[in-house]
Write a protein that binds this ligand. Structure first.
Ligand code: HEC
Ligand code: HEC
Ligand code: HEC
Ligand code: HEC
Ligand code: HEC
Ligand code: HEC
Ligand code: HEC
Ligand code: HEC
Ligand code: HEC
Ligand code: HEC
Ligand code: HEC
Length: 490
């Protein structure tokens, strides 16, 4: 720290002497210093001044003349006060020219002007002649300092205000894009990023971290850093960077996990923009997405039915009381994988057994066990009927109607997987038995009849028929048993 201070002081001293050497020769500066105008006051701390540049490097004119009129004459190249796009042209003279910048012996990028021209801010402003933003809109004209200087308007702590000059100004923004919200700044200040930024920590994300600076594109542009498919990479610049995040006590595995999740695979691999990116769950600017009071409820914005059932289930109250997050408790947050029947029940892999055991929380234990048995039986029955239908079809029988009817049983399985979230055996039973097993029973009878008919036509019963009858009887008993067990439990 001490070293750092001495070095900084030395640098400042050096540049001040360099600046004043240049300035004594710079008659624009010396005369203007006497007039005491504001640009000159500000210019004293300007990086350009410290580099030995003159007022004339931007305004033109003859810097060696002490005579006001000849110094500031058109003949000497004086351009007066630049306006509109001419402002950026002045800056671009140096900042867009590799040779020019190299002549000052500095190594900074020279792409700002090219990026700005292609950006959303490079579009024509309402007067139709000039860009929405010029270089000085964000950097100022006099008193420009290096961007890592805390006094710079583009230093991380100051960026939110710099962007919001326009973006929080309803009257200004209405002229361009009335549909664009103007609440980014207010919301940002409610987020962890914005709160830490306001406390003076430059590391958490601010506007530029997510949007960039010179080449900002409309959100809908496929190349925008905040286009859904690009968001995870934008956030992980920091959140996957162990070194950058080392002083914070949070994990850095979100991207790694997310990219392997159902959501990550759908968005990043299948380019399905219906799947959530980081900001779908965490919000763009605010702490949580609009309309969500707590991130534990964010899943319901897309999985509405699951959330509705959960809210009416016995878990709602129990989870609230114990402060378990709603969906995350069973599905996790970043590494959400495809849900299968394995999650249900009382085996080791099942989520229910994390909390429900035969000794503790017995009712939930029995419910989990029964629900699992029901969905298993529906799926077994379905497979069995499928094979019956196949068999009949192979024998050349007409089974299109049966196939069609069986779709209701497939539907019941899907419905049941969602209906799990009511955590209610009776309601589960209504779907599994009421909609599912009743269909499989009916279709199996019909398919069997087709097969019977086939053998009847071939005169004489074969051994196969006996087997299938036995199987059908088995199924019947199978269903009955679960119904009985069901009645016992309710
Ligand atoms: C001898 C004093 C003197 C010198 C030398 C001088 N100026 Fe000025 N300048 C003034 C005064 C006084 C004004 C304000 C009166 C006016 O607007 O004409 C002014 C005005 C300006 C303005 C504002 C013009 C406007 O249209 O509002 C700019 C820009 C400027 N000077 C730049 C320069 C530059 C660049 C140089 C060197 C090439 C320079 N001046 C040299 C005294 C000086
Ligand atoms: C890095 C380029 C740059 C340098 C160097 C520079 N100016 Fe300027 N100056 C500008 C730009 C751009 C504007 C237009 C600002 C605006 O439209 O708000 C401007 C505006 C002005 C104005 C009129 C508006 C105002 O802010 O009052 C004066 C006077 C002026 N400059 C004087 C000077 C003097 C004197 C110096 C040297 C001490 C100087 N400038 C150095 C870029 C520069
Ligand atoms: C919309 C606001 C905005 C506009 C307009 C803008 N800048 Fe910047 N500029 C920033 C921000 C924010 C940073 C700091 C972050 C970064 O380095 O990208 C920055 C950084 C810089 C840097 C130093 C870092 C670097 O290597 O890029 C230079 C030089 C610069 N800008 C020049 C310009 C020039 C020249 C223009 C006009 C062609 C311009 N800027 C227009 C916001 C802006
Ligand atoms: C005569 C050439 C020249 C002109 C014209 C010029 N600059 Fe610069 N600018 C420089 C040089 C040289 C540096 C020093 C770069 C460094 O030290 O990294 C610099 C530095 C900067 C920086 C700080 C970059 C950093 O490293 O943090 C910003 C911002 C900047 N200029 C913006 C502007 C703007 C805005 C304009 C137009 C109003 C402008 N410049 C006009 C030459 C110029
Ligand atoms: C001079 C005022 C101004 C400043 C300063 C400004 N913007 Fe903008 N910005 C606008 C306007 C106006 C639009 C809308 C353009 C349109 O839609 O035609 C816009 C558009 C945008 C968009 C695209 C919105 C969309 O359509 O999807 C983003 C993102 C954005 N700005 C971010 C920023 C950031 C970040 C900063 C600061 C580094 C910033 N802006 C600084 C005026 C400004
Ligand atoms: C943590 C990342 C992040 C930060 C910080 C951030 N934004 Fe955004 N911003 C986004 C995302 C993501 C979107 C895209 C929203 C979408 O898909 O509709 C967005 C959208 C926008 C838009 C388009 C309109 C809208 O509100 O949807 C504007 C304008 C904008 N941001 C400006 C800003 C400004 C100004 C700041 C600083 C005060 C800022 N942003 C800070 C991520 C961020
Ligand atoms: C410039 C680096 C940076 C970028 C980019 C960034 N973040 Fe952050 N983020 C941070 C830092 C630093 C923290 C503070 C860590 C802490 O909470 O202590 C943070 C905190 C958070 C937190 C709060 C963590 C907690 O519980 O404390 C969330 C959530 C978050 N970021 C999400 C995102 C999302 C989503 C994006 C992308 C849209 C994003 N961040 C982009 C740096 C960044
Ligand atoms: C499907 C929703 C969802 C998605 C997508 C998502 N998150 Fe999260 N994230 C959560 C939930 C829920 C939490 C836990 C919040 C809590 O308990 O307060 C969380 C926690 C966090 C935290 C706090 C630290 C931690 O790991 O617990 C950070 C940082 C974070 N997420 C960043 C990200 C980033 C970066 C992405 C994208 C790569 C992302 N999240 C994608 C829902 C999501
Ligand atoms: C922006 C909308 C959105 C949000 C928010 C969201 N999801 Fe998803 N989710 C989807 C989409 C779309 C899919 C299907 C992905 C695919 O194609 O496989 C999915 C798939 C799933 C799956 C796998 C479904 C299956 O059939 O196996 C689970 C489990 C899941 N999400 C749980 C959650 C949880 C828990 C949350 C909150 C932490 C959440 N989702 C937040 C849209 C969302
Ligand atoms: C107590 C544990 C538990 C909780 C809490 C829970 N789920 Fe599930 N979820 C499951 C189980 C078990 C399955 C698998 C059912 C099956 O396939 O047999 C599942 C399946 C799913 C599926 C895939 C089936 C479908 O409906 O498409 C989604 C999506 C899903 N859950 C979302 C959510 C959401 C959203 C929440 C919060 C509102 C949530 N889950 C809360 C246990 C839970
Ligand atoms: C995070 C712990 C947790 C998990 C995981 C969990 N439960 Fe529960 N469950 C509870 C708590 C707490 C109650 C409240 C009653 C109690 O304490 O037994 C409860 C109650 C129930 C009830 C109502 C029982 C009654 O008293 O009427 C049913 C049914 C139930 N759970 C089923 C399930 C099923 C099925 C699963 C797996 C998909 C599951 N639970 C997973 C904690 C959990």
């Amino acid at each position: 720290m001490k070293h750092f201070l001495t070095i900084t002081l030395l640098i400042i001293l050096c540049s001040v002497t360099r600046g004043s050497q240049a300035s004594s020769k710079d008659k624009c500066y010396t005369c203007h210093l006497d007039t005491g105008d504001k640009p000159t006051e500000l210019f004293k701390n300007d990086i350009h001044f410290k580099m030995g540049l003159s007022c004339a490097d931007c305004h033109g004119g003859n810097r060696n003349s002490e005579d006001m009129d000849s110094a500031m004459s058109k003949a000497a190249g004086f351009i007066g006060v630049p306006k509109g796009n001419a402002i950026t042209d002045v800056c671009a003279k140096c900042h867009a020219s590799k040779e020019k910048m190299a002549s000052f012996n500095v190594k900074i990028s020279t792409n700002q002007f090219d990026l700005l021209k292609e950006s959303v801010h490079g579009k024509l402003s309402i007067n139709g002649k000039d860009r929405i933003a010029q270089c000085i809109t964000c950097h100022g004209a006099h008193g420009i300092v290096k961007v890592e200087n805390p006094l710079s308007p583009v230093y991380p702590l100051n960026i939110p205000k710099t962007c919001s000059k326009c973006h929080s100004n309803a009257v200004f923004m209405r002229n361009y894009n009335p549909k664009l919200p103007i609440d980014q700044y207010d919301k940002y200040r409610t987020s962890v990023h914005g709160i830490l930024n306001a406390k003076g920590d430059p590391k958490p994300a601010q506007c530029e971290s997510c949007h960039g600076s010179h080449g900002i594109l409309p959100v809908k542009d496929l190349n925008s850093s905040v286009y859904p498919v690009n968001v995870p990479k934008t956030c992980s610049k920091c959140h996957s960077n162990k070194e950058y995040m080392s002083k914070y006590k949070i994990p850095t595995d979100q991207y790694e996990k997310y990219s392997q999740s159902v959501h990550g695979i759908a968005l990043l691999k299948k380019k399905d923009t219906g799947a959530p990116a980081c900001n779908s769950c965490h919000g763009n600017h605010g702490a949580t997405p609009p309309g969500i009071s707590s991130i534990s409820q964010v899943c319901g914005t897309c999985h509405a039915l699951n959330a509705e059932l959960f809210a009416a289930s016995p878990h709602k109250k129990a989870f609230d009381k114990n402060k378990y997050p709603e969906c995350e408790t069973c599905h996790s947050n970043h590494l959400i994988i495809t849900a299968t029947d394995k999650l249900l029940g009382v085996s080791k892999d099942a989520v229910c057994s994390k909390c429900h055991t035969p000794e503790k929380s017995t009712k939930g234990y029995l419910a989990a066990k029964n629900m699992k048995a029901m969905i298993d039986s529906l799926e077994t029955a379905q497979k069995f009927v499928d094979s019956l239908i196949n068999n009949a079809e192979q024998k050349g029988m007409e089974v299109e109607d049966e196939k069609f009817e069986l779709r209701d049983a497939h539907q019941a399985v899907l419905e049941a997987r969602t209906a799990v979230h009511a955590f209610d055996v009776k309601k589960f039973d209504d779907i599994v038995v009421g909609k599912g097993l009743s269909v499989t029973a009916k279709v199996s009878k019909e398919a069997q009849a087709s097969i019977d008919e086939y053998y009847f036509r071939r005169k004489g019963l074969s051994i196969a028929l006996i087997i299938t009858i036995l199987l059908a009887a088995g199924l019947y008993l199978f269903i009955k048993r679960y119904e009985r067990e069901q009645n016992k439990n309710t």
